[in-house]
Design a protein around this ligand. Structure first.
Ligand code: COA
Length: 389
């Protein structure tokens, strides 16, 4: 019998602050309907000056280590497209903050918003080779576009940590995967830029082409039929994208594309992304968390995942909810992570957006802002200094 491997635990964290789209709309004169309905976003997380992908990642993963210990974790894979260093993996800082064993490999993985899915699939391969080990997969990103650009309304920040192992308590990941890669310039961030560049319409089209391509390959690999899925977790740079993607897929498969069919398939997956904003590679797994926290019992049901990363690489795969999964959810913790954020004014958001760490190599303390468990205390001699609060 083949091993059952998948997501044993899932925990997420987000930034200290939140910018309401009503605040952004009041600043730039946009009709709020464009944000609330047109792109399907209500607010977006904004990290404090002493938060980054490392502090969010450690905050997301700490409850997992508290529940399961770290003794079986022999690999940490940190997926991000908002990396803080060209050489050192951000996961090494997290490994240290969490006190994980030294007998552990830690690497960073990048392919836009697809990175965490690559990490999950690689983790499954490692566990299959050595079922005694667990892999800590972390997706952590800060989505940042230029002020006053069309992308500004689709920013956000979050980290998702997943413990991957045999006999998972939440979701068993199934073998067939539909894959798709195409060389497109829909979204990218050259090394010399802090904010991403995006061609919004190109990105939507590239995403839809990728959805089609992965589905075609998924069916050729012997995957399930569309009707077998209880829900679809799509990558959500803005939640309306999930609606567009599902409608496109239904249409491609010759199915009815009425609003009820789309809402039934994706409705529950958008709740967290709608208020957190774009969390890049974490977003598809925030979709999973939102679904599991709100849905009726889905034991034995299959969930579809469509992970898309601009540039572009995409993967369609499935997971099945295992018996008893509801006893292992972190619903209250997840609601607290969202509710604890402090709203910021437009001026406060703008100041945070423009804040950057000095680059001349001196000693600099960061403003003490976060109330989370970890903080970036400063930078000294080009070295980041983290602390547990
Ligand atoms: N009420 C309701 N809907 C409204 C509206 C209003 N008052 N005004 C506009 N809309 C709708 C538009 O019809 C459009 O809907 P549609 O796409 O279904 O046609 C939607 O709101 C967006 O309007 P648009 O004019 O296209 O907005 P924009 O030029 O500001 O761009 C994005 C929106 C999402 C393309 C842009 O924010 C972006 O590029 N974000 C980055 C996306 C990304 O990260 N991609 C890479 C990863 S996949």
């Amino acid at each position: 019998m083949s091993l059952s491997i998948g997501i044993h635990d899932l925990s997420f964290a987000t930034g200290e602050y939140v910018l309401e789209h009503t605040t952004l709309a009041a600043h730039n004169g946009t009709d709020i309907g464009k944000y609330h309905v047109g792109i399907g976003q209500e607010s977006m997380s904004v990290p404090a000056a002493d938060e980054d992908i490392v502090t969010m990642a450690a905050s997301a993963a700490a409850p997992i280590i508290a529940r399961h210990g770290g003794d079986r974790i022999r690999t940490v894979v940190f997926a991000t497209e908002s990396s803080i260093d060209q050489s050192k993996a951000a996961g090494v800082y997290v490994h240290s903050l969490l006190g994980l064993p030294s007998a552990c490999r830690v690497v960073e993985l990048k392919q836009a918003c697809y990175g965490a899915t690559a990490a999950l699939q690689f983790a499954i391969g490692l566990v299959r080779r050595d079922p005694a080990q667990q892999v800590l997969v972390i997706a952590s990103d800060v989505s940042k576009y230029e002020l006053d650009s069309p992308g500004e309304s689709t920013q956000g920040a979050a980290a998702v940590a997943m413990l991957v192992g045999v006999d998972p308590a939440l979701v068993r990941i199934e073998d067939p995967s539909g894959l798709f890669t195409a060389d497109v310039m829909d979204f990218w961030r050259p090394n010399y830029r802090a904010a991403a560049l995006v061609d919004g319409q190109e990105s939507i089209n590239a995403y839809l082409q990728a959805a089609e391509g992965t589905w075609k390959d998924y069916t050729e690999q012997g995957g399930r039929s569309l009707e077998e899925f209880a829900a679809f977790c799509y990558h959500q740079p803005f939640t309306k994208m999930a609606t567009k993607a599902h409608r496109h897929l239904l249409n491609y498969c010759g199915k009815d594309t009425d609003n009820d069919a789309v809402a039934a398939a994706i409705g529950l997956t958008t709740a967290y992304n709608r208020v957190i904003g774009n969390s890049y590679t974490a977003s598809v797994y925030l979709g999973l968390a939102a679904l599991l926290d709100q849905a009726e019992d889905l034991t034995g049901r299959s969930i579809a995942f469509l992970s898309y990363g601009s540039g572009s690489v995409a993967e369609f795969f499935a997971g099945t909810l295992v018996a008893g999964y509801r006893d292992h959810l972190r619903t209250e913790q997840n609601h607290t992570a969202i509710a604890r954020r402090t709203p910021v004014s437009y001026a406060e958001y703008r100041e945070l957006h423009e804040y950057s760490l000095p680059t001349e190599g001196g000693d600099h303390a960061t403003p003490a802002q976060t109330t989370g468990p970890f903080r970036l205390a400063g930078i000294s001699g080009h070295k980041r200094i983290y602390e547990t609060r």
